[in-house]
Design a protein around this ligand. Structure first.
Ligand code: FE2
Length: 259
């Protein structure tokens, strides 16, 4: 277990229907509030992406992450297979990937500075069908389909010792804890999810997550009874001063299931 500081949506947003905007360091500081929390070792816990919202999976890759084609043709298809096996999805689509090389001063390319979920939770099916249309995917609407969105996150070059991700056990989060916010980074408006502070939240991280491990975590769900989302943030774990910055690749996956 370690202690860390996380940033929650500021309490001023608890009793309003207005949607906060976070677009840079200044709006993050203005709309969120720092709280110290205890972060438990997820390696000692029972974790499952459909209950706690996150789990560790072994994945060894020989990908050269500086080669864009190796990432897009090799790594993404490797991990698509892994996601398919773990979720049982009928179809798995990578919608976005990003490599963080260790640039903490950059709001976009640095590390997530506040707790959030990457998707809006108000209409998971509507959101998913909109993405199906935008991606031009051929999915027969006359059949019943469910959707779940997952992230994978894997260290690159070296273990993620500094700046690991922390995850809130989804079983400790209630719908009342969650608010919509607008993430307006990189010139785009994206509605996502941000939590208000609640004492019940239980935090986990995977100490020293290695380059042959990844974390699979949930971001959106249309199937009842499963984790709706897994809130996450980078944290500054206490580490020796010479520990290098984290490098990692994250991928967003849309999974489609025959209902
Ligand atoms: Fe995120």
């Amino acid at each position: 277990m370690t202690t860390a500081t996380v940033r929650y949506l500021a309490p001023a947003w608890r009793h309003t229907d207005e949607i906060p905007v976070i677009a840079d360091w200044a709006t993050m500081a203005a709309n969120t509030e720092a709280h110290p929390v205890q972060v438990h070792n997820a390696r000692d816990a029972e974790c499952d992406v459909e209950t706690t919202g996150f789990q560790r999976i072994a994945h060894t890759t020989a990908t050269d992450f500086r080669d864009r084609f190796a990432v897009e043709r090799g790594y993404l298809s490797e991990v698509a297979g892994l996601v398919q096996r773990h979720t049982g999805a009928d179809r798995v689509v990578a919608t976005h990937h990003f490599i963080r090389w260790g640039d903490p001063e950059d709001f976009e390319a640095g590390y997530a500075g506040f707790l959030h979920g990457d998707k809006p939770l108000i209409d998971p099916a509507g959101y998913s069908w909109d993405r199906v249309d935008r991606l031009g995917l051929a999915i027969d609407r006359d059949q019943g389909w469910d959707f779940a969105w997952y992230n994978t996150w894997q260290p690159v070059d070296r273990p993620a010792i500094r700046n690991p991700l922390t995850f809130i056990d989804a079983g400790t989060v209630t719908p009342d804890d969650l608010r919509l916010y607008s993430y307006d980074g990189a010139g785009e408006r994206n509605l996502e999810t941000v939590p208000l502070r609640a004492q019940a939240h239980r935090f986990y991280y995977f100490p020293d997550l290695d380059t042959d491990e990844l974390v699979l975590f949930k971001q959106l769900e249309t199937r009842p009874g499963r984790t709706p989302t897994c809130l996450h943030s980078a944290i500054d774990a206490p580490v020796p001063a010479e520990t290098p910055l984290r490098r990692s690749i994250e991928v967003r996956w849309m999974c489609v299931f025959a209902a």
